[in-house]
Design a protein around this ligand. Sequence first.
Ligand code: C5P
Length: 398
Amino acid sequence: MLRGRHILLGVSGGIAAYKTAFLIRLFKQAGAEVKVILTEAASHFVSPLTLSVLSEYPVQQNFTVECAEGTVSWNNHVELAQWADMMVIAPCTANTLSKMVSGTADNFLLVAYMSANCPVFVAPAMDLDMYAHPSTQAHLKKLTDFGHSVIPAETGFLASGLHGTGRMAEPENILWHINQWWLDRMPLRGKKILITAGPTHEPLDPVRFIGNQSSGRMGIALADQAARLGAEVVLVLGPSALAPQQSQVVLHRVETAVEMLEVCKNNWDGVDVAIFAAAVADYRPEKVGTQKIKRSSEPWSISMVPNPDIAAHFGAIKGSTFLVGFALETQHGLSYAQQKRIAKNLDAIVLNSLEEPGAGFGMTNVVHWIDQQQTKSFELMDKTRVAEVLWEQIIAQL
Ligand code: C5P
């Protein structure tokens, strides 16, 4: 959830500030970038140096920065707020909480907060009676009304020696809460996606096969992107040197079209979207030699039988599953692809036209999205980006 995201962590002055060292570690381990703002009071509880070493950025504290030769420049809180994909205020003291509600912009944390358009998470921390006080509870309610996410304080021993509710949520729980928040907003959350990708190899004998030039890159990019968007992904991949990067993708490696169909059938239950990106061999040798076929001076003809059409098989039984096929054409791309979509009963088909330079088997592709209502053409893009735009199309139709 947090990989590559920018987290602006605002630390206000409570004893729980020391725990932000662990929080930064967790954010970094999750793949996020972290910049820290410390209030004056917080810097008495945790050293800016500690947080700067852990976050690998200078810690921000003031409205101005001192430059060489005694000059002073403005510390740009707007830029910092715009850099952030989310702001986390932990610990949030009763004082900072109250200022956030009233819009009191009298320290660098507060001006950055007021400039932030991103999601804001607040982990309050204070003594039990302060936490239970009607003003604190009213302020927390107000933050929820602002659209912020409040990570409730936990119960246990407090710095005062009392036992009760008011401890800042443990760093692991803050991380869990934030992950969950992003997960709930993933557009493919709860969806099961089946993707075929790569070539198939149709054996002639134990060492030879008939295959094609597909690398599997496009289907793998689609699988990775679906996983990033929160889906449960099953990838049925023909012989390919590549592999998905997202560990949540369930990978089945297969060799032949018949195996690919079998694995798809076994994983078909509950599929919401199926994408047939594999370059499945249309035919396979009728007979497969059990031993290596010997060379001879005579011509050799191979009798081929049609392979099952995996896309058409599921098109015939599709129900409410959204089906997307691919078409690779060397001429009359748009009309051939549309015919193929209709013949296989697919909801949409993606045309790779070899008529366009850069399209096809390499790292980049030029694609056209064709569904029942429209055709959309995209410029030359790398396949990761193609996967993003194709998912935008699919999500718009789900
Ligand atoms: O008929 P053609 O091979 O051009 O159709 C391409 C589409 O059909 C692709 O989505 C491909 O993955 C799928 N297909 C399939 N099984 C086959 C042949 C094609 O799933 N045997």
